[in-house]
Design a protein around this ligand. Structure first.
Ligand code: SF4
Ligand code: SF4
Length: 874
């Protein structure tokens, strides 16, 4: 009987790679890093591969070095692997030619990712792997976590037999980070499929002084060309070898794969050709379309290189008249993207040019690819002259390439339970949801899928977890837009994000908030939210997890309480009593090392849900009510309102191409309008204790607390307390916090050197309104000549305007105060060449820019090149 595992795609790939490898030479890059991390952990824990050896893992100085080490290790006869993505993979290309040229068997596992072009993007597409199609590596695509397990095995078995190296890829984040319940293959089963003669043959070709040979010579015009052609037969043999290995895996697992797998109506006229996770979403969509009377199909490409044209033609239904070839990459200036060109060539060479072929781009940088978009692709094929070189999933109002996908098409099979959770980065929501998937996946007969969306803040940003559970395997490789259950883990989100519109009729909405009565909810929920809840006849639940966590001593860790509330509300997934026991077992496993007190605290958090969850009996009048809390006010430039704000409220997908500059350039100074308001506590200034040293301002990582100076007698708000300015007669001093930009780290209060602290951290809600008025007033104060306070001093520097403010860095970041003070000293004449890393993310993540301008319009100009070349770039 097969063993079930609830794991992500990276772990599935690493599980297989570990079995077959003696050496892994690596360099970490998102989203492939977890493959190396788990392999490192397994090795440290003494896990052995199928030959009874521990993996030797070596981290090199770059991906170029990793590929060089793989090449050397293979030459020495060690079974070797690596894991990479994006421009990291591109750094390996020079060595990939060498490895393939020398017919060295290996598998590179790639969580395929977009390439940095006009902007960096860490998410999934095929731009990186497509840049390797000419290296001589065979290429196999996996479309789901299960396929990663199965086709990683096919890749390792095939490379040993074929001698051609393999690149096994799957979609970054969508598959690499999707948690899914799959059938695992253990190492003894894998070993039973290995032909040991293949391994002996590999070892016999290793460099060895006992039977020395020379490799990698320099050849001239007389012999290089014909020698290059000698490897042809290995590539000709590879497709059959891959099919043989697919058959072996099928015999073991029952899961059948072919070089190309056709799914759909046997008499389909309109067919798509695709590889990667989009294939599953297409299969799910066409299953529904065919039931409705359409005759459509999809051809999934498993082995992309060598491209087996005969197998491709054989897999197509005889009835096909039109093909839409979907590429998840862009090759500017080409006649078409790579898979489209391959399909055109195959049809032409095989005398089948009568089939109409169009090509389209989709899903770049993890752009959503859902059933409505897929439906639009088939609708396009139904036209007598379908659009060619189209895009789908965006609105291209510049070159008009995009297909209209406004017709909603829901393809998720009945019976799947879809759940969405809105959390705050680092609040534990994602971790708790991963636990829930494991509990449900491991202890029910349901299939489970989890996918996690993060924004680009280092912490304190929004996370949206998408969880699905169902009795049949889940093929929905796209975000949930019709949920049975939605949880809002942060009360401030109700006035920021449109969460309820994705709730199904009769769905369940859980809110973590202090408002547990109808009266309180009436006042604090916007009218739009109340209307949607009532019109959908939703069940509304509230729990004040923040107060409960505070009372239990858990601080801001509300995740366990909310996880327990989720299970309590969703007993149709599993009985709550069982879920509670499993949660407690997990809590024990996680916290036993920290002692009984911590374990008991978490037990109490789990138990608290039953007593504190409130089901709200809201009035039917909510359906039409017009009063309620106002939605967040949007202030800023036109660019901010039209382009930045929609992205911040998760509506960036709706922005048309014309909103963006062609070269990716964006205005600076936009974090000032963001007003995140995420601090739990903010500093309250106690004037009579302050010694005006400005140290608090100096250390603030977010430039959220600044000295403000006004002339004596200025017309101030009543709450704007000041004290006489030391060293400047006729002026007054105040230390002013921007409450909505403060992250609540407390660093300012900690550093305050006053005998009795002049800053006290107080609850956000108790001070925000008053301090916001004061902060807005402080911004209107006229400039004062403070040149007598030397700007080279701690105190004097803080009277200069920071030209780096309110970044997305973590609360309490130790790096950003230095960046800030540099801009205070030199910012109006600074050009920054920012190395890739934390500072390029908090300093340059769309949509807002923390570098800003002074009143003259001068400020830092900023750019980032690549991880490996910043010194040269700058
Ligand atoms: S709490 Fe942190 S972010 Fe807020 S003002 Fe103080 S140092 Fe700045
Ligand atoms: S660190 Fe304390 S004493 Fe110094 S300026 Fe800030 S609040 Fe005043």
């Amino acid at each position: 009987m097969s063993k079930k595992m609830t794991i992500d795609g990276n772990t599935a790939a690493s599980h297989v790679a570990y079995a077959f490898s003696e050496v892994a030479a690596i360099y970490p890059i998102t989203p492939s890093s977890p493959m190396a991390e788990v392999a490192d952990e397994w090795s440290a824990a003494g896990r052995v591969n199928m030959f009874g050896q521990k993996l030797r893992l070596a981290e090199m100085q770059s991906e170029a070095g990793a590929a060089g080490a793989v090449h050397g290790s293979l030459c020495a006869g060690a079974l070797t692997t690596t894991y990479t993505a994006s421009q990291g993979l591109l750094l390996m290309i020079p060595n990939m030619y060498k490895i393939a040229g020398e017919l060295l068997p290996t598998v590179f596992h790639v969580s395929a990712r977009a390439l940095a072009a006009h902007a960096l993007n860490i998410f999934g597409d095929h731009s990186d792997v497509m840049a390797c199609r000419q290296t001589g590596f065979a290429m196999i695509a996996s479309n789901s976590v299960q396929e990663v397990m199965d086709l990683a095995l096919v890749s390792h078995l095939s490379t040993l037999k074929a001698k051609v190296p393999f690149l096994h890829f799957f979609d970054g984040f969508r598959t690499s980070h999707e948690v899914s319940k799959i059938d695992a293959i253990d190492y003894d089963e894998m070993k039973s499929l290995v032909d040991m003669k293949d391994i002996e043959d590999f070892r016999s070709r290793a460099l060895n002084p006992e039977h020395p040979v020379q490799k990698g010579t320099a050849q001239n015009a007389d012999i290089y060309f014909q020698n290059r052609e000698t490897a042809n037969k290995y590539y000709e043999d590879t497709p059959a070898i891959v099919q043989e290995m697919m058959d072996k895996v099928a015999a073991l697992t029952g899961r059948k794969y072919h070089l190309f797998d056709y799914v759909g109506a046997p008499d389909a006229e309109n067919v798509t050709v695709v590889m990667g996770s989009g294939a599953d979403a297409i299969e799910e969509t066409i299953n529904k379309m065919n039931k409705e009377g359409h005759k459509v199909g999809v051809l999934k490409v498993r082995l992309y290189r060598p491209f087996a044209a005969d197998a491709f033609i054989a897999a197509l239904p005889k009835s096909v008249k039109k093909l839409a070839v979907l590429d998840r990459t862009k090759e500017p200036g080409s006649l078409g993207e790579p898979l489209y060109l391959d399909v055109c060539s195959a049809l032409l060479e095989k005398g089948m040019a009568n089939i109409k072929v169009v090509g389209g781009r989709y899903g770049l940088g993890s752009k959503e690819f859902n059933p409505s978009m897929i439906y639009a692709v088939y609708k396009n094929l139904e036209q007598s002259e379908p659009k060619n070189h189209f895009t789908v999933g965006i609105y291209d109002d510049i070159t008009n390439s995009s297909l209209d996908f406004s017709e909603q098409y829901n393809a998720a099979p009945a019976g799947t339970i879809s759940c969405k959770f809105y959390g705050l980065g680092s609040d534990g929501t994602v971790g708790a949801n991963k636990n829930s998937i494991k509990i449900i996946g491991d202890h029910t007969d349901m299939f489970a899928q989890g996918y996690f969306f993060y924004d680009s803040k280092k912490s304190g940003g929004i996370t949206v977890s998408h969880l699905r559970f169902g009795k049949t395997p889940i093929q929905s490789s796209y975000l949930i837009d019709a949920a049975d259950f939605i949880a809002c883990h942060n009360p401030s989100y109700v006035t920021r994000y449109d969460m309820v519109s994705d709730l199904k009729e009769g769905g369940k909405f859980l809110l973590n908030a202090p408002w547990t009565t109808v009266e309180e909810l009436d006042k604090n929920l916007p009218a739009k939210v109340k209307n949607a809840i009532a019109k959908k006849h939703a069940e509304l639940y509230v729990i004040d997890a923040i107060s409960i966590a505070g009372k239990l001593g858990l601080g801001g860790r509300t995740n366990t309480i909310l996880q327990s509330a989720f299970f309590l509300i969703n007993e149709d997934i599993m009985p709550y009593a069982d879920a509670r026991d499993f949660m407690k077992k997990m809590a024990y496993k996680s916290f036993a090392k920290k002692g009984d007190a911590v374990v008991n605290m978490n037990y109490a958090a789990i138990d608290s849900a039953e007593a504190n969850l409130v089901k709200v009996d809201y009035p039917a009048a909510w359906a039409t009510v017009a009063e309620g809390a106002p939605m967040m006010e949007v202030r800023g430039t036109e660019y901010y309102k039209d382009t930045v704000h929609p992205i911040l409220v998760l509506e960036g997908d709706k922005l048309p191409a014309s909103k963006f500059s062609a070269d990716g350039t964006v205005p600076t100074g936009t974090t000032q309008y963001e007003k995140r308001g995420v601090a739990v506590k903010i500093p309250k200034w106690i004037a009579d204790k302050c010694i005006q040293c400005n140290q608090c301002s100096f250390v603030c990582p977010h430039a959220a607390i600044r000295p403000a100076v006004n002339a004596v007698g200025a017309d101030k708000p009543a709450s704007y307390e000041t004290k006489p300015m030391t060293g400047l007669a006729g002026y007054e001093f105040r230390m002013q916090v921007s409450p909505l930009d403060c992250m609540g780290c407390g660093v300012c209060a900690n550093i305050c050197p006053s005998k009795e602290k002049a800053l006290e951290m107080v609850p956000f809600a108790s001070l925000v309104e008053e301090e916001n008025v004061n902060y807005e007033y402080s911004k209107t104060l006229p400039e004062t000549d403070l040149s007598k306070f030397k700007k080279e001093t701690v105190k004097g520097s803080q009277f200069c305007q920071p030209l780096f403010e309110f970044s997305g860095a973590c609360a309490g970041c130790g790096e950003t105060p230095y960046v800030k003070v540099i801009t205070q000293l030199f910012g109006d004449r600074m050009v920054v060449a920012n190395a890739t890393g934390c500072s390029s993310i908090y300093g340059g993540s769309a949509p807002t820019c923390p570098y800003t301008k002074n009143k003259a319009g001068h400020g830092p100009a900023w750019a980032n090149s690549l991880f490996e070349d910043n010194a040269e770039f700058g």
